[in-house]
Design a protein around this ligand. Structure first.
Ligand code: ATP
Length: 516
């Protein structure tokens, strides 16, 4: 198993063992691509949402929040284009009976070609050492040049077929590249068909098509249909934004990679309404602003990159992804889209209600343009955990023999900010003192009291859930009312008066630090 695969397996096991994420309905063997967040998972997820909400709403005078219902009038999804165009091309393997996304099969092929390029580069780097010139090598090594050309040809062909929704062409490409079922190696494929990703359900009092409802596949449409309500009630002037966090549902054909691709997930979306013609300026602004949001958490810049879309969605005139290097490679974490006036105009036409803004400076009415930022909360959760989970030699341990699993989360995101631990669990005076300190601190931030093991074990447990500070109550505490505060990453302990713990920990875990 590759190192990356192993890391990913360890991550999923860690999430279960320490109460971050469980498979949904596990006692019935689980429901595929649906997950539940456990006690620490829900705290971390709430902190991610708070970080997003504060950065977007609290820090911007001209962005306001909204919380729409999951169900919307079914015409919403006709206007948005989801009924006609929210499709993925699927293909079945006749032998294995497995179902795949046709575009993802081709992408898998491209990843393999890229893997060959990377392997050649690594080999050459070892051979040439310090004198290795990678750009030159990519341009001149005959074998690599062939791979690079092949990769580019397939990429362009796929983008073209997807843009034109050419299903026959996709099938021909899969055949031409001799792509086989990744699980079984069979090349016995069906034709490619379109598959709509929206879940449907039925209103209780209306039968048939009339009563058909959709579970929203994105939160954005709730914002669009409320655009005038919000603008009028908040008296916002353009440019202004509306932000929303909420559940979305997609009947993904291939749902894999843990919480990366789920059928029920949560989105954090913001629609920014602007004057037509200014969209490229704001698109650039939000690209930069959103990247800063990621970097401010301490994520290394080399783990994040922009990736321009090869084929634009029907509503967009520019689109870029912020990709994160997950254990299974660089993948989309967030999308920034210039959506033009597509959505508001479609809703205006289908509903017959004006969705226009009167611009007092220009003295005219128009349908605003929109730039959207859209990030999956669960994907952000996975990105954060996959960067934070580290197995390391315990700092200071002799010859690095002792190892520990530690979640190096940003303190402002950590589920538990501070654990209060008695040095010995059988000493009543220590236990009593530790409890009284815990009972004070719990008013200020999420804390935990624990006396269920030796102090070494308790520290390891807190490391594994990412608690940045452990307060230890020892015999000296009983004499002079001081405790030690142990910092998670360095494991350095400082002795401080009990009366100062709340302030010290409070300041260090405060989200304000990220913004300032
Ligand atoms: P993908 O190409 O991975 O299917 P997308 O381009 O369809 O994603 P968008 O419609 O732009 O995604 O949705 C915005 C964000 O919502 C994505 O960047 C991602 O973080 C999140 N997201 C989308 N689909 C899922 C899913 N099935 N599970 C978890 N998060 C998702």
């Amino acid at each position: 198993m590759s190192q990356q695969n192993e890391l990913f397996k360890k991550l999923t096991a860690h999430c279960k063992e320490y109460g971050f994420i469980y498979q949904s309905s596990e006692i019935y063997d689980g429901l595929s691509a649906v997950y539940d967040y456990g006690p620490y998972g829900v705290l971390l997820k709430n902190n991610i949402k708070e970080y997003w909400w504060k950065a977007m709403v609290q820090m911007h005078e001209n962005i306001v929040g909204l919380d729409c219902a999951i169900f919307m009038h079914p015409k919403t999804w006709v206007a948005s284009g989801h009924v006609d165009a929210f499709n993925d091309p699927l293909i079945d393997n006749k032998d294995s009976k497995r179902r795949y996304r046709a575009d993802q099969l081709v992408e898998g092929y491209m990843e393999k070609v890229q893997g060959k390029i990377d392997k050649e580069v690594e080999k050459a780097r070892k051979r040439f050492g310090d004198t290795f010139d990678e750009p030159m090598f990519l341009k001149t090594n005959e074998r690599v040049v062939k791979y690079v050309e092949e990769h580019e040809t397939v990429r362009l062909r796929l983008a073209d077929l997807m843009t034109r929704k050419d299903l026959e062409g996709l099938k021909n490409l899969i055949d031409a590249l001799e792509i086989a079922d990744p699980e079984t190696g069979s090349r016995n494929w069906t034709e490619v068909r379109q598959f709509n990703l929206m879940f449907t359900t039925q209103l209780g009092n209306i039968s048939g098509e009339e009563g058909k409802l959709y579970l929203r596949p994105e939160t954005a449409q709730g914002i669009f249909v409320n655009f005038l309500n919000v603008q009028k009630t908040t008296r916002q002037k353009l440019p202004f934004g509306i932000a929303q966090i909420g559940k979305a549902f997609r009947n993904e054909i291939v749902a894999r990679q843990f919480i990366f691709r789920m059928r029920e997930f949560e989105q954090m979306e913001m629609q920014f309404f602007i004057r037509p013609g200014t969209e490229m300026e704001w698109y650039k602004y939000w690209k930069e602003t959103r990247m800063k949001w990621h970097l401010a958490l301490g994520t290394p810049a080399e783990k994040l990159r922009f990736h321009d879309h090869d084929n634009l969605a029907h509503y967009a005139n520019a689109a870029v992804d912020i990709e994160f290097e997950f254990p299974f490679g660089f993948k989309e974490l967030e999308g920034i889209h210039s959506r033009t006036d597509f959505d508001l105009t479609s809703h205006q036409e289908l509903s017959g209600k004006k969705l226009q803004y009167f611009d007092p400076e220009l003295n005219e009415n128009y349908v605003p343009f929109v730039v959207e930022t859209s990030i999956g909360c669960d994907r952000m959760f996975l990105a954060i955990l996959s960067h934070a989970l580290i197995e390391e030699a315990v700092p200071g341990s002799e010859d690095g023999e002792n190892t520990r699993d530690v979640l190096k989360l940003h303190p402002a995101l950590a589920p538990i900010k501070c654990a209060v631990l008695p040095l010995k669990r059988n000493e009543d005076a220590l236990v009593e003192k530790a409890r009284s300190i815990f009972n004070e601190l719990k008013f200020s931030f999420p804390c935990q009291y624990d006396d269920t093991g030796s102090i070494g074990k308790l520290y390891r447990r807190q490391d594994a859930i990412g608690t940045p500070y452990c307060v230890t109550v020892d015999f000296e505490t009983l004499e002079n009312n001081t405790v030690t505060i142990r910092e998670r990453d360095s494991m350095v302990q400082e002795r401080v008066p009990v009366s100062r713990v709340e302030q010290i920990v409070g300041e260090r875990v405060d989200m304000r630090k990220i913004f300032k």
